[in-house]
Design a protein around this ligand. Structure first.
Ligand SMILES: [Mg+2]
Length: 255
């Protein structure tokens, strides 16, 4: 595969649950030694960029903060372009601090945007109804991601997608997606790498969010059989990935 840059998904590719995928830290070191430009493009919306970097370092990965792209980074950029700054965050973890650092403060009334991430236990009738009412009152919907589910340490977990679709269904409005697989998200990472889509490959465990989205944006796609990989999802993938490997540890057989 003739490329200059490699974009990597995190959850399901570098780690699953609390553990690194065996051989993954060595694989990242290998890619960097070979001179590939690397970016880590996560749809994880439970942690800020700073927290993700700390976690990856703790798992043994040599990764810099500015190599990590998350939907919140993309959302902050998107909101900055619109100039409408009143945000209602339906999220969890330390995302509030990341938005506040960018001058965007959580509002319970009169929001310009309802921002929906993987809010975990913060999704409940009250919080969903609050978001529903704010959108009816005029707020736009920003989806940090629309994944259906992810692989937790004790099984599959609902992601933000089902809740985003619920608010869309109730309000008749369509969310602006800022995370994978939106072309804007991949475009932001590629611009930062100084590469065109033809020079890059995306490695992921999701045939829609990772390989499918990247291939629709003009890149190649490598699917790994770790994380949420399933044979059924691979069989139904359109487009199907360029290559399939057992895990990121086998990357030196392709790149
Ligand atoms: Mg993944």
């Amino acid at each position: 595969m003739n490329v200059k840059g490699v974009l990597l998904d995190l959850d399901g590719v570098l780690y699953t649950g609390e553990d690194p995928v065996p051989g993954a830290p060595e694989a990242i070191r290998y890619l960097k030694e070979q001179g590939y430009i690397t970016r880590f493009v996560s749809n994880s919306t439970r942690k800020s960029r700073v927290a993700i970097e700390a976690r990856l370092r703790g798992l043994g990965f040599d990764i810099r903060n500015d190599e990590i792209f998350t939907p919140s980074v993309a959302a902050i950029h998107f909101i900055g372009v619109t100039g409408l700054k009143r945000c209602h965050l339906l999220t969890t973890g330390d995302l509030h601090s990341e938005f506040e650092a960018a001058g965007l403060y959580h509002q319970d009334t009169g929001a310009d945007w309802v921002i929906i991430g993987d809010a975990g236990d913060n999704f409940n009738y009250e919080s969903m109804n609050k978001a529903f009412r704010l959108v009816l009152q005029g707020a736009g919907i920003i989806a940090l991601e629309t994944d259906r589910y992810w692989m937790g340490s004790d099984g599959l977990m609902l992601s933000a997608g089902p809740f985003v679709r619920g608010i869309e269904y109730a309000t008749g409005k369509t969310a602006a997606l800022v995370g994978k697989p939106s072309p804007g998200f991949f475009g932001m990472a590629l611009r930062d790498m100084g590469l065109t889509p033809g020079d890059a490959v995306m490695i992921g465990d999701d045939v829609v969010t990772d390989t499918g989205g990247a291939m629709k944006a003009g890149m190649q796609g490598i699917l790994v059989k770790t994380g949420k990989f399933s044979q059924e999802a691979l069989a139904g993938a359109d487009p199907g990935p360029t290559r399939v490997i057992g895990s990121i540890a086998e990357i030196d057989t392709i790149l």
